[in-house]
Design a protein around this ligand. Sequence first.
Ligand SMILES: [Zn+2]
Length: 129
Amino acid sequence: MLKKGSKLYSILTGTCPKCHNESMYKSKNPYHLSQLFQMHERCSKCGTKYKIEPSFFYGSMYVSYGVGIAFAVAAFVISFLLIGTTLVNTFIAIVMTMILFMPIIIRLSRNIWINIFMKYDPKLKNQGV
Ligand SMILES: [Zn+2]
């Protein structure tokens, strides 16, 4: 089970990378597309500023490249190797997967990116607002 304190927890839930107590995003649902990139400026629990520098999250594009490939490979394995569709249909399945999961890929990339620079600090855990 996922526990607070591991980077994976913050990456998968989109919570503050330092205290894991609060979502970084204004809308937790990545499919609220108009709010896809809307993030709180700071964590209200520990005061961590998410945007370390003005263009900080541009770097997450490098991560999204890798995350996108991971989704594409998963779609290929499921479609071509497990279900046994033709190559053309497999290609369509990959494209559809990329489109359908794009909001998740973008969020995951941001979460991974910020977790590269910040790490969980258990001392922040009990600090109230
Ligand atoms: Zn926090």
